[in-house]
Write a protein that binds this ligand. Structure first.
Ligand code: DCP
Ligand code: MG
Length: 403
């Protein structure tokens, strides 16, 4: 059976959620991210702001130069998470073979289920109309015979788009005269290498295959396949508990040297990660501290031990790792967790053996806390230190992406 894949991508996602919740913003250039006087970047912006050349990941200073009359807002992460979960729920009514790429984007393999719903186009149209009616947001839908073609199709008529690329020939015809960057996997660097060899369009790639392979090796072969419309990559249903690692990080508005301040940030990150572990019912063996200095140099330090899901353990490990790193102004701090274990296979920890009563009490307290947090949101209960830490940080500040 021929594969049929749907790619869905929400339009101007964060900005669209804000416009939905405040209709006064409708039709205006809206920029979500840092505020003009802060250090940071644009997370996204409305299509009206894009007309001025503003885009995701642009420094907020540059955005302000291009669009001084825009409306600037901090992101409101919790709201986007909720909208994302609602969107995902709609998708899941059509197939459970879904690769969730980000909050607002996913691949749905509907090869097996399309007939049941009257065809892939019907599913695509229904996803669009239900997303608007039930959640109040628009999305772009692409239907393809592969992941690449589906993704290209969803982008083709953005925003509020709907497009299908049914065969490799259609795909090839569509991209032949476009720049090489249209091909998945051709980033800025690869494009520049190709440009130096006078290869600027997809047609150039197909007419100069030997050169492409000579300069890019195996990567060149993959690029040629993709230019030919060949892409057998499968949709990989993804669950965070199966991920190899999870992480959280925080970029500061100004570089930080105060160690206590840095530890407060670690406390918050540890708490977020602990909640994630408990929701997924997994335990991590390896805890990694990530530090980016003011000069952009980045280091990581890791420690492995008994598997844990506790805020306190994650915090203690990262705080002691932080004590040992070079002391220079720090711009970003983060925690990564890996080496996951399911609860049943967890080794007994010293705590379990020596202090059973206390351990039990801690666990039941944790469970109650978890229940309250999932019900009312993470903010419901905090320890004293966490409250102080939260006052100091804007929890929603977006981490700057690496260039
Ligand atoms: N995002 C971010 N930082 C980036 C890129 C994106 O924080 N560098 C966030 C904000 C976006 C969301 O992720 O709203 C989804 O990213 P998209 O690339 O899909 O961008 P949008 O949905 O905002 O716009 P588009 O209509 O182009 O899909
Ligand atoms: Mg999007």
């Amino acid at each position: 059976m021929d594969t049929t894949i749907i790619h869905v991508d929400m339009d101007a996602f964060y900005a669209a959620v804000e416009v939905r919740d405040n209709p006064e913003l409708f039709g205006k250039p809206l920029i979500i991210g840092a505020l003009p006087h802060e250090r940071g970047v644009v997370a996204t912006c409305s299509y009206e702001a894009r007309k001025f050349g503003v885009h995701s990941a642009m420094s907020i200073k540059e955005a302000y130069k291009r669009c001084p009359h825009g409306i600037y807002m901090h992101p409101n992460g919790r709201k986007y998470k909720t909208a994302s979960e609602q969107v995902h729920k709609i998708w899941l009514t059509y197939t459970d073979l879904i690769e969730f790429i980000s909050l607002d984007e996913g691949f749905l393999d509907v090869t097996g289920s399309a007939a049941h719903f009257g065809g892939a186009r019907k599913i695509g149209m229904e996803i669009k109309s239900r997303t608007l009616a039930e959640i109040g947001l628009t999305c772009s839908v692409g239907i393809g015979y592969s992941k690449t073609s589906a993704k290209l199709a969803s982008k083709e008529k953005k925003p509020d788009g709907f497009y299908e690329i049914a065969t490799a020939n259609e795909f090839k015809a569509l991209i032949r005269d476009r720049g090489v960057r249209i091909i998945y996997g051709v980033g800025l660097k690869t494009a520049e290498t190709l440009h130096q060899a006078k290869i600027t369009t997809v047609r150039d790639i197909l007419e100069n295959r030997q050169i492409v392979v000579a300069i890019l090796g195996n990567h060149g072969k993959q690029i040629i396949d993709l230019a030919e419309g060949i892409d057998n990559r499968k949709v990989q249903p993804y669950y965070e508990s199966e991920a190899k690692s999870i992480s959280r990080e925080h970029t500061f508005q100004k570089d930080i040297t105060d160690i206590e301040y840095l530890k407060d940030a670690l406390r918050l990150l540890a708490k977020e990660l602990s909640l994630k572990l408990r929701v997924e019912n997994i335990y991590a063996r390896t805890v990694t501290l990530k530090v980016k200095y003011a000069n952009m140099k980045q280091i990581t330090r890791a420690k492995s031990g008994d598997a844990t899901n506790q805020t306190r353990d994650i915090y203690d490990i990262t705080a002691s790792l932080l004590d040992k790193v070079e002391k220079r102004p720090i711009r970003l701090i983060g925690i990564g967790l890996s080496g996951f274990e399911e609860s049943e296979f967890r080794q007994m920890t010293l705590d379990d053996l020596t202090d059973k009563r206390d351990g039990k009490r801690k666990e039941s307290l944790d469970r109650t806390l978890l229940e309250l947090q999932t019900k009312y949101g993470e903010q419901i209960i905090k320890t004293g230190n966490e409250m102080i830490a939260e006052k100091r940080f804007n929890v929603d500040t977006i981490p700057e992406k690496d260039a």
